[in-house]
Structure formats: C-alpha cells, structure tokens
Design a protein around this ligand. Structure first.
Ligand SMILES: Cc1cc2nc3c(=O)[nH]c(=O)nc-3n(C[C@H](O)[C@H](O)[C@H](O)COP(=O)(O)O)c2cc1C
Length: 253
C-alpha cells in the first residue's frame, strides 16, 4: 500500500504529494501531520508499504514540528520511501537532506527524493498557481519512476542530494494576527497545529509557540488574518531576486 504522509499547513505540499502518488496508481492511505495535536496518532508502516513523505521548506529547512511529528508518530521497519521537499520557488537549501536524514533515522529505506515547487505560502505571487498543469504531469511521471525504483528497493545515496550538514540555522517567521474582519468563528484556533490562538480571544496569538505556518491565514473564511502589510512587503523584497526565475522540480533516484 502507498502511505502518503504530509505536513501541509496551506495545501501546497499536499497538492505535490497527490500528483506523485496518483502517478503510482495503487491504493493510498493519507496521513496528515499538520493537524491539532489531539488528532495526531501513531502510524506503523509495513515493510511492503511504500511511503511518500512530503514537507514544506521554511528558511531552507524542514519545519521543526514536522521533524518532531515524523520522529514521534511514524514507525517504519526498512519501509521504502520517497522524501519530498516542497518550496515556494526560492530554494530548498538543506531541507531535502534534512528530510532524507530524518526518515533514514526513523527506519525508512529512502529510495528517491524530490524537490518540488508550490505557491509561496507567505508571498503568494511567487510560485503563483504552482503546481500547475505542467508540474502535475511531471510529478505524475516522477511517481511512476518512484514505483519502478520501489520494485528494486535500491537505496538512494545521501551524497546524491544538495544541502549541507550542519544545516542552515533556523529563522523565526512572521506571526499572523487578526483584523477587524474577524467574526469570531474560531476556525483558526481549532485548526492551529500548535494551539497558538486561544479560542477565548482570537485576536491574541502566542508568538512563542506559533510556527509561522500560515494555516490560519489560508483557512480563514473572512480573510481576517495576515502577517501585516509592512511585514509582507519586507519579506517579498527580501526574497524577490531568489524567486525571480521559474524553478524546476527535481527527482533524485
Ligand atoms: C515560514 C516560511 C518559510 C518559508 N521559507 C521558504 C524557503 O526558504 N524557500 C522557499 O522556496 N519557500 C519557502 N517558503 C514557502 C513554502 O515552502 C511553500 O509555500 C510550501 O509550498 C508551503 O507548503 P504548504 O502549502 O503545504 O503549507 C516558506 C514559507 C513559510 C511559511
């Protein structure tokens, strides 16, 4: 069976993983690790399963919460997997290597790795509408090649990947807040993966635990949450050059 394991706060990572697994064309079980902690359960994989493990890139790294949840809740025993770092058209830096090492450490046999582009979840004009139709076709073809590689079970060498260890230092991201448009529906508080927004006061946010995943912005039915205009402009300017050209999806196999 295919186990599609994602950490996808705003859906871009899931779109990439969906395209890859649809190319494999087998029964799929979906495991989403970006959910409120009460919904996260332990999953034990069989040796015969093939896992597609996808996470977004934050500052060239895998979000610490994604690494923690993979380590604490996913049990593998030589299970074959493809690791997938999904980034917003700037760069994935050390993230693919970090996901490779994390999954190897928890007992996976990593047979393939993918760096793929999705819309930038803070500055949506970068990587806008990606994965697009061309990306989806390419990712489905990657999926077919991963299926073939799974049949041989040959491990992908860590040295095949870009990225360095020790990894880049992690950076704190922006914390979204609510505007007057907030109607108090509480969806953001219920869906925050770390419980950073108190249900009793949706205008407050615990900056110490917010992971800057932008989930609250993307799910708000009233577009009431944002990182603020000034912060958004500063981030857009800081990454403008890095995001200027269309980046390619890559498969390492
Ligand atoms: C805090 C933060 C940091 C990010 N850092 C990077 C980065 O270093 N490189 C990049 O290309 N995209 C970066 N992105 C964009 C995300 O990697 C990209 O939009 C990804 O598809 C988000 O996944 P999701 O849609 O599943 O939430 C960042 C996004 C956030 C929220």
């Amino acid at each position: 069976m295919i186990k599609q394991i994602t950490f996808s706060p705003t859906g871009g990572t899931k779109k990439v993983a969906d395209a890859l697994t649809s190319g494999i064309n087998k029964e799929i079980e979906y495991i989403e690790l970006c959910a409120p902690s009460s919904e996260i359960a332990t999953t034990t994989l069989d040796k015969d399963d093939v896992a597609i493990i996808a996470a977004p890139v934050y500052g060239g790294r895998i979000p610490a919460l994604a690494v923690e949840r993979l380590k604490n809740t996913i049990k593998a025993d030589g299970t074959k997997c493809a690791v997938v770092a999904v980034y917003g058209n700037r760069a994935y830096d050390d993230a693919l290597l970090e996901l490779y090492k994390t999954c190897s450490e928890i007992g996976f046999n990593v047979i393939a790795a993918v760096g793929a582009v999705a819309e930038h979840s803070i500055v949506r004009k970068y990587g806008a509408n990606r994965p697009d139709a061309d990306d989806i076709n390419e990712l489905m073809a990657f999926g077919e090649r991963i299926k073939d590689a799974a049949a041989t079970g040959k491990t992908l060498a860590e040295s095949a990947l870009n990225g360095k260890f020790p990894y880049k230092k992690t950076m704190a991201g922006p914390t979204p807040t609510a505007s007057k448009k907030c109607t108090g529906c509480g969806l953001c508080a219920k869906q925050c993966p770390v419980g950073a927004i108190p249900l009793t006061d949706l205008r407050k946010v615990n900056k110490d635990i917010c992971i800057s995943c932008m989930r609250c912005i993307s799910i708000c039915p009233n577009e009431a949450r944002s990182v603020g205009k000034i912060m958004h402009t500063l981030i857009a300017l800081a990454i403008r050059n890095g995001c200027a050209e269309r980046k390619k999806n890559e498969l390492f196999i």
